[in-house]
Design a protein. Structure first.
Lengths: 538, 388
């Protein structure tokens, strides 16, 4: 095999560079290339989803309908949700996993290199179909990202395209997860026991199991929707004896673990950055692992807190309320651990650390509103209002997205071989942090005052906070364009100071043992590790 | 009120940021509905809503105290334990005692939070011994109210958003300064004060949600299923809510207006309502002439059909036009009757069988003889009755 690949000239038997041209990407089997593809894909989807969000905010800037009609408005909210969840956040974390897991565990690549290629390229047709559904007759699906029945049964043909796209994305996720689990369990360098694994690897191992457990559940729910639409079944159609609430139970049995799928890898990234910039070991490594596992297990028994308003029996409401409140305990442990890591450290605040601290601070606000939402009596007031919208943007944007920014700045030298521009990174951080809060903080007030979500128009009393949120949203959007044009692109083109193998003084882990940029092939032979499994000794 | 100071501070800040909207609209607070730039839950008009408000303050205060304490520690550390001030890092990285403490203490706090919440859950789910039971049915996109049990039994009506306000919304709500924008309905839900009112919810097409914040109720209205909730309003007045479960394109345009009357006023309202119903009862065997039936049909059309099919009958987007439609022009009038009774396209065109025979006959006759449709056909209520 190597003889064929060697035909392009350079390198000897076991050492060859990247293939050139489009083949390098289409036939990619290298985990670094596939990681890059995932990240670029996710950023593209983030921009598409962002444009939809800005259209929503533009419409809501003032009361009355100015830009879009209510049908299109519902399509925008639905597609914004689907694209951000399935197209941006999830693939971006898979991109991080592809790049970092083999580097962090001392493996030469992912376990199934061709399946890795397939699970990336599957996403392209799915994304095209999803985004292209706007141009289908009747427009894009407009039943909300949760796709509640029986509203989905009224949708046009784009609903079927949406379901098909979700099936493909789900298959891609499952393949990615299998790949990640097998890589982690079988390909660690000798000496790296489970309890010596880097936290990012731990969180992804748990996330991958969650994905395998729940993606098929989602597939089941949307398949039943599909057969209800076309093949005469009535799983969710009350006209034939079906139960629309059963859809919600199935969907949220997927949906709640899903929100942890989108946050656990973020916890992992933060658990690397805080110790590196506090110049102190992560506090309570073992309890971090246990807390992450507890969150994952609890995530399976809290789903119906999304459904308090459907009219559950008292005991049901109480059970789901208690279980949900319980999740705040392990989540609290993680926040305490990060702060204890910072305590009596020797901190500096380069961009990765700024985003990490920003993450801890703002994500915790989202955690507290989550605790408030878990209380069924309060939830009766704020369920399906902007309070919920504020809550999940605090945990998904200030949580997942901020952690990914932190991760980008932290690992960018390893990926590109150059340091990002520190001033621009800090501008990006403050610009993002402030505009994020200007956008989403007023939504708490709107929700408490009773403004329902997914409304194309609203009573006049809500006008001012909506105007503020819309202004903030545009600033937030432009901050991300700035990030791409002035931080990411220059780094990808190799503009910037050359990075050394370990650009961060106190960063730990095997990824810093290879040169920057990481060569096309790393750890072709299993490295010999020291006792902590963080250094290569031969 | 504690809120006032906050409100003044924020409004000062907001004035700069949101000059556009503040300048354009001179809107007042709406009692029983949202206030301008309201920061917290609407004031509760029922015990349950007040309890929810109390619980929210309780949670907000505990969470704020914890938040300030935890991040006080973090920012102290950020200030003191910096490399730039020469701080050297310590080497500790675990402490079983501390870790057990910050697992157990939050656990206890959570239990303390759960106690009052449990009490409130049990209270708000207790729908027994109601004085008045009303069924609220969600339709795309209006509410139907049927008084099932108690004073006023048998009263039934449909409650729709004021058409003028719907038009305002389409026109961009320019220069509009009505306090109840998008909350004004033709027929409010009328209930007596200080009586336990049980609301049974269901829906005709998709899931809706019956929600009135100031009364502390929110209950999904689910097609094919009945669920219930309750409230006991403690003060006479108007209370406003909106549908809170995505139900299609007009989701934002199906408000709920609950009018709470004193016992005497309520009795008077019930009496007039019952009289009106008796007078309104149509004889389905009555034979109408074209002009009268068409005139009545115009009203039915405006109230039920114009939102989608448009006043000019041209439809919009996926909504089919009626003007020139083959089904409307067809000599076999049963074709159109069937569409109205059973719906079409997976109920994208919903079923209208809840309308009376006379109303259906009237609106069909109207569409067959309006715009460019000049069939001269007349559909009698008896035809509809036969097709049911």
């Amino acid at each position: 095999m190597s003889a064929v690949l060697d035909s392009h000239g350079h390198g000897h038997d076991d050492h060859h560079g990247a293939p050139h041209g489009w083949r390098r990407w289409v036939y990619a089997t290298n985990h670094k290339d596939i990681g890059t593809l995932y990240l670029l894909f996710a950023f593209t989807m983030l921009m598409i989803g962002g444009v939809l969000a800005l259209l929503i905010r533009a419409e809501l800037f003032q009361p009355g309908l100015q830009l879009v009609n209510p049908e299109l408005f519902n399509q925008l909210t639905t597609m914004h949700g689907l694209i951000m969840v399935f197209g941006a956040i999830m693939p971006a974390f898979v991109g991080f996993a592809n790049w970092m897991i083999p580097l962090q565990i001392g493996a030469s690549d992912m376990a199934f290199a061709r399946m890795n290629n397939f699970s990336f390229w599957l996403m392209i047709p799915a994304a095209v179909m999803l985004a292209g559904s706007f141009f289908m007759p009747g427009g894009a699906p407009a039943a909300g990202w949760t796709l509640y029945a029986p509203l989905t049964l009224q949708m046009g043909p784009s609903m079927d395209a949406g379901i098909f796209a979700m099936h493909i994305l789900g298959a891609s996720s499952i393949m990615g997860s299998i790949n990640i689990i097998v890589t982690i369990l079988n390909m660690r360098a000798p000496g790296m026991t489970l309890m010596k694994m880097p936290m990012f690897v731990w969180t992804w191992l748990i996330t991958a199991y969650l994905l395998i457990a729940v993606m098929p559940v989602l597939a089941g729910a949307i398949t039943m929707t599909l057969t209800d639409r076309h093949f005469g079944t009535t799983f969710f159609n009350p006209a034939g004896g079906g139960d629309p609430i059963m859809y919600q139970h199935i969907f949220w049995f997927f949906g709640h673990p899903e929100v942890y799928i989108m946050i656990l890898p973020a916890f992992g990234i933060i658990s690397h950055i805080v110790p590196a910039f506090a110049r102190k070991k992560l506090f309570g490594y073992a309890s971090m692992v246990y807390a992450t596992s507890s969150i994952a297990i609890l995530s399976f028994i809290v789903w119906a807190h999304h459904m308090y308003a459907t009219g559950m029996p008292v005991t049901g409401q109480l059970f789901f309320m208690y279980a949900t409140m319980l999740i705040s305990v392990p989540t609290g442990v993680k926040v305490f651990n990060w702060i204890a890591t910072m305590w009596r450290g020797s901190m500096t605040f380069e961009t990765p650390m700024l985003f990490a601290v920003g993450f801890i601070f703002v994500f915790t606000m989202g955690g507290f509103t989550g605790l408030i939402l878990s209380m069924a009596p309060i939830d009766i007031q704020v369920q399906d209002t902007y309070y919920v919208v504020a809550h999940f943007h605090y945990v998904l944007v200030a949580g997942s997205l901020f952690a990914m920014f932190a991760g980008f700045y932290y690992w960018c030298p390893k990926w590109t071989g150059v340091m990002y521009n520190e001033t621009r990174g800090q501008i990006h951080f403050w610009w993002t942090l402030i505009s994020f809060n200007v956008t989403f903080f007023p939504m708490h007030f709107l929700g408490l005052a009773g403004m329902p979500r997914r409304y194309a128009d609203y009573p006049m009393q809500f006008a001012d906070f909506n105007a503020v949120a819309s202004i903030g949203a545009f600033f937030f959007g432009f901050a991300q364009v700035y990030f791409f044009l002035f931080v990411v692109l220059p780094a990808m083109r190799g503009h910037g100071d050359k990075a050394v193998a370990k650009p961060w003084e106190a960063a730990e882990g095997l990824e810093w043992e290879v040169p920057s940029p990481a060569p096309f092939h790393t750890f072709e032979n299993p490295p010999k590790l020291d006792a902590t499994a963080t250094r290569v000794i031969g | 009120m504690k809120n006032n100071l906050f409100q003044k501070l924020t409004s000062g800040v907001l004035f700069l940021a949101a000059w556009a909207s503040t300048a354009a609209w001179a809107v007042n607070d709406l009692p029983g509905g949202p206030a301008v730039r309201q920061l917290n839950l609407q004031p509760g008009a029922t015990k349950i809503a007040q309890e929810q408000g109390w619980l929210h303050w309780f949670m907000l205060i505990i969470c704020t105290v914890i938040f300030v304490a935890v991040f006080g520690v973090m920012f102290y550390s950020i200030w003191k334990h910096r490399k730039s001030v020469g701080h050297k890092s310590a080497s500790f990285h675990e402490s079983v005692k501390v870790e057990i403490a910050w697992t157990v203490i939050p656990f206890i706090i959570v239990i303390l939070m759960a106690l009052p919440a449990t009490k409130a859950v049990v209270a708000q789910k207790d729908t027994s011994n109601a004085d008045l039971t009303i069924k609220a049915t969600g339709y795309q996109w209006k509410w139907g109210y049927d008084y099932l049990k108690g004073q006023g039994e048998g009263i039934a009506f449909i409650s729709t958003l004021d058409n003028e306000q719907r038009e305002m919304s389409n026109n961009g709500a320019k220069g509009v300064d009505v306090d109840n924008y998008l909350l004004k309905v033709d027929n409010p839900l009328v209930v007596p004060v200080n009586k336990k009112v049980r609301i049974i919810t269901t829906a005709n097409d998709v899931i809706h949600a019956f929600a009135v914040p100031s009364l502390g109720v929110k209950q999904d209205a689910i097609p094919g299923f009945v669920r219930d909730t309750w409230f006991r309003a403690e003060a006479v007045g108007d209370y406003y809510g909106q549908c809170q479960e995505l139900c299609g394109k007009e989701h934002a345009y199906m408000p709920i207006h609950v009018k709470v009357l004193s016992a005497a006023d309520y009795s008077a309202w019930v009496a007039t309502e019952q009289k009106k119903m008796a007078a309104k009862q149509d004889d389905p065997s009555k034979v109408w002439n074209l002009a009268d039936l068409s005139k009545r049909g115009e009203k039915v059309y405006a109230a039920n059909c114009a939102a989608c099919h448009q006043p000019n009958g041209k439809g919009a987007g996926p909504i089919k036009p009626l003007d020139g439609s083959a089904v409307v022009l067809d000599a076999d009038k049963n074709k159109q009757i069937k569409v109205l009774l059973n719906g079409q396209n997976n109920l994208a065109m919903p079923s209208w069988k809840q309308l009376s025979d006379t109303d259906i006959a009237a609106v069909i006759t109207y569409t067959k003889n309006n715009w460019s449709n000049k069939t001269g056909q007349l559909v009698q209520p008896a035809d509809v009755k036969a097709a049911r």
